[in-house]
Design a binder for this molecule. Structure first.
Ligand code: PEP
Ligand code: MG
Length: 829
């Protein structure tokens, strides 16, 4: 039966000839979605690789099944693998064999695909019983059929005997792949060959036998061959092994005593100590490293009877619900929304039903809760959707909190010394909430994504945070001095005393500048020469609107209405939407509010809007295209916006426009609903410029739109053809790329030719290096994140139009984004 949950396929899919060519035996491959390898059948553990990445089980009938988690995972030296069994153990089918950290393996190994093989065992053949596709642990995947009449070949070879001793130079010793190649090489040689290490011998033609010898780097082995071809066989085999067998990282054969194994760390710190990640929350922090690991929770695995276990689970869930209710009482903004989402997940009927079923089947409350959460979290991770995968953390957070209550353990308060920069493999939302910002001043996470709830919470409490830094983070020792410049996506490890002092001065200067800027933030924003520039804030909720006003925002250039639509079972009604928009408009007290029509799809899924799986979601049904696919939804939203009073405070903005025909379709709906509601006043309708198509046809759009607002996040993604949610290209996605700047210049020119204004509501409006260039290119409205509005206003008030125009022309002539940034730093210095 399947030892893993995941995707089942044939061995041909495995990108390693040893497995694909069945050198070790026939079988299947599973790309896992879970984190535990289970026994595929009952039997004895005959081989467990010292690094814990591969295990062999022998059935009572003598068939040997090898499971090898991921490819080239021997190089991980055990990192990420936690075996639950030892050689000689007898296990039942389904018993856990090896727990593993799937994310760590995915980051560090070429593939997580896991071959499950019937090692060549005479007398058995394998018959697949399941097609390619998803599998769960325990599903039947193949049958072992006894082959009538087949017996182990025991042909006795006679002749001369030749022996040779060699030192193994392979960095990872003789693991599965070299063992398979040795068997292949020996194919036609007329000799019996054994390999011996420390008095234990194995037939060299038996990969399983070789694996049991656990031959490592630097080990001395004896090759002994008997038969007519003995001398040539020994020479060829010794030469093959001494050549390193084409394995990565093999060293020259050590001549003296066996050297310590070459430890291949997942990654090493670069010489300059600078690591790059992905910005989850901007800011600068200078402090020292502290590691954070989730403590293991003891789960009582014995059931005291279904009724008692169900009662324990119900009580634990009720207790957590009460805690979440209490937390909601004193939370605001995104934090409140996230806790509300957790409470909703905890009450999920399917989740509770599957835990109840596991309890009926004999599981304890804790095991049942784990079993209920795991497939849901795995399904989210396996969805291939970065944003959904990030929601798996929320489920794991709930899993942990319920298990803690069941174990009678309190959540330990997180205490750290002052100026701690926390290094973690991952952080759950409740852990970010529990952090005391007087102790922890920054977060660095190995995995994670920039739009996870943990990231949103960090931004909300003003904690600089970098994610996707990778396994190299593990190389940072406790208390190492660090400079975290999350805005620049940089972590500097162990900088010099001078660099640290300079960074501390910069932190102090930023704080002082912010205090001055905040004091002056209430004034309308003008440049030093009197030119009016509107500085607005981007909003997602009424709580954001309050923060925006406190920071001196003069209105909102982007209300991301999707936050009202996501994390819910059904779309909000017209009444609900109208109430939400009205509350935000009231909080802005008459200031303009640009409401963006629903922008879901791509990286922003809504469960009740079934968007079929797409090969290229960023190029598929998203933005206004979703509105056209669901016309009632679009019309309802426009109707709700038109209900807000005073009429005209709300302007409407269309996301992801690619052409003027889309603008016309929305205007038709707007005019019809206005007429129905008897509204005669003008309601402005603008477009977002997020596609290169919109940028280069800005004049055509401006002829019919009331304003243009550039979404630089998407415009950058589409101009550079780099997925904004993909951590591997994240470091190159820079809105100050000359290609993006030229598209912004085109947009401003096109809009001006029709007498329309251009704003920016993407991330560049919050980037102090970008602001002078944007104004120099013709932008007159900037909609930034609320917290940075005072600094942007202070910066604009020091600029002069002539100077920024010249600066913008110089930026357009730069060759690279780095050149533009260097120029911008000089300009603002
Ligand atoms: C943008 O793309 O720049 C933008 C403001 O929209 P969002 O980030 O919400 O996609
Ligand atoms: Mg966008």
């Amino acid at each position: 039966m399947s030892p893993l949950a995941g995707w089942l396929s044939g061995l041909d899919e495995v990108p390693d000839p040893v497995f694909a060519q069945r050198m070790l035996g026939d079988g299947v491959a599973i790309d896992p979605t879970g984190d535990c390898l289970h026994a595929p059948c009952g039997g004895e553990v005959t081989v467990l690789q010292p690094s814990g990445h591969a295990v062999t089980i022998r059935t009572a009938q003598g068939a040997e099944i090898l499971m090898h988690i991921g490819l080239d995972t021997v190089a991980l030296k055990g990192e990420g693998f936690a075996p639950c069994v030892a050689v000689g153990d007898h296990v039942a089918a389904g018993a856990p064999l090896i727990r593993f950290d799937l994310d760590a393996i995915a980051c560090a190994a070429p593939s997580t695909i896991t071959p499950v093989l019937l090692l060549e065992t005479p007398g058995f053949a394998l018959v697949r019983s399941r097609e390619d596709g998803p599998v769960q642990v325990g599903d039947a995947i193949f049958a072992l059929e006894p082959q009538a009449g087949a017996t182990a070949e025991t042909v006795q070879v006679t002749g001369e005997t030749v022996e040779r001793t060699i030192i193994v130079p392979l960095a990872h010793g003789i693991h599965a792949r070299p063992a398979a190649r040795i068997r292949d090489l020996l194919g036609e040689h007329a000799a019996d060959v054994t390999i011996t290490r420390q008095q234990r011998s194995a037939n060299a033609r038996s990969p399983v036998g070789l694996l049991t010898l656990a031959i490592g780097y630097g080990d001395e082995i004896q090759i002994l061959a008997t038969g007519p071809d003995a001398a040539a066989t020994v020479e060829t085999l010794a030469a093959l092994i001494e050549s390193g067998m084409g394995e990565k990282g093999h060293g020259p054969a050590p001549v003296a005593a066996p050297a310590a194994p070459v430890v291949q760390a997942p990654a090493t710190l670069p010489a300059d100590g600078i690591l790059t990640g992905v910005t989850a929350a901007p800011g600068l922090a200078v402090g020292q490293a502290r590691r954070f690991r989730l403590p293991e929770i003891q789960v009582d695995a014995t059931s005291k009877g279904a009724a008692e276990e169900q009662a324990r689970l119900d009580a634990a869930c009720a207790s957590l619900t009460a805690r979440l209710d209490a937390e909601i009482g004193h939370a605001a903004g995104p934090q409140r929304a996230i806790i509300e989402a957790h409470r909703a997940m905890l009450g999920d009927a399917d989740l509770r039903a599957s835990a109840a079923k596991a309890i009926q089947d004999g599981a304890s409350a804790g095991i049942a809760w784990r079993a209920a959460i795991a497939p849901q979290a795995e399904a989210l991770v396996a969805s291939g959707d970065a944003r959904l995968a990030e929601r798996a953390d929320d489920l794991r957070d709930l899993e942990r909190r319920v298990l803690l209550i069941l174990a009678g353990a309190e959540e330990a308060p997180l205490a750290f010394p002052a100026n701690t920069i926390l290094i973690a493999d991952d952080l759950l939302p409740s852990q970010v909430t529990a952090i005391d910002p007087r102790q922890v001043i920054g977060l660095c996470v190995e995995r994670g994504g920039p739009t996870s709830h943990a990231a949103i919470l960090a931004a909300n409490i003003g904690l600089p945070m970098l994610v996707s830094l990778g396994p190299v983070l593990r190389q940072i020792a406790e208390d190492t001095p660090l400079i975290l410049d999350a805005g620049l996506a940089r972590l500097q490890v162990g900088p010099s005393v001078e660099t640290l002092d300079e960074a501390r001065r910069e932190v102090a200067e930023r704080a002082a500048r912010r205090a001055v800027a905040l004091a002056a933030a209430a004034r309308p924003c003008h440049m030093a020469d009197g030119t009016r520039i509107e500085v607005f804030a981007n909003l997602g909720s009424q709580a954001d609107a309050r923060i925006a006003i406190a920071n001196g925002a003069e209105g909102s250039g982007l209300l991301r209405t999707e936050f009202l639509f996501l994390d819910r079972e059904t779309a909000p009604s017209v009444d609900e939407q109208a109430a939400d928009y009205q509350a935000i408009a009231d909080t802005l007290a008459g200031r303009p509010l640009i409401v963006r029509l629903l922008d879901v799809g791509g990286d922003k899924p809504a469960p009740y809007l079934p968007i079929p799986a797409e090969e290229n979601p960023a190029l598929g049904l998203r933005g206004i295209r979703v509105g056209f696919a669901h016309p009632q939804l679009l019309e309802d939203q426009i109707r709700a916006i038109l209900r807000v009073r005073p009429i005209g405070q709300c302007r409407i903005m269309i996301p992801m426009i690619a052409g003027v025909d889309e603008l016309r379709r929305v205007r038709e709906i707007l005019d019809r609903v206005r007429a129905e509601l008897g509204i005669t006043e003008k309601v402005e309708l603008g477009v977002m410029v997020e596609t290169p198509a919109a940028a280069v046809t800005a004049d055509l759009l401006a002829a019919e739109a009331d304003f243009l607002s550039i979404g630089t996040n998407d415009l950058t993604q589409y101009a550079l053809a780099m997925d904004r949610g993909n951590a591997s290209v994240a470091s190159a996605i820079d809105g100050l790329h000359p290609a993006v700047l030229r598209l912004i210049a085109d947009t401003c020119k096109g809009a001006a030719s029709r007498g329309r204004w251009t704003g920016v509501c993407g991330g560049l409006a919050s980037d102090p290096l970008a602001v002078p260039i944007l104004i120099g290119l013709g932008v007159t409205e900037l909609s930034a994140t609320a917290a940075i509005v005072p600094e942007i206003k202070a910066l604009v008030s020091e600029l002069k139009l002539d100077a920024v125009r010249a600066h913008a022309q110089a930026a357009l002539a730069c060759a690279t984004a780095a050149d533009v940034r260097a120029l911008a730093r000089e300009f603002t210095a």
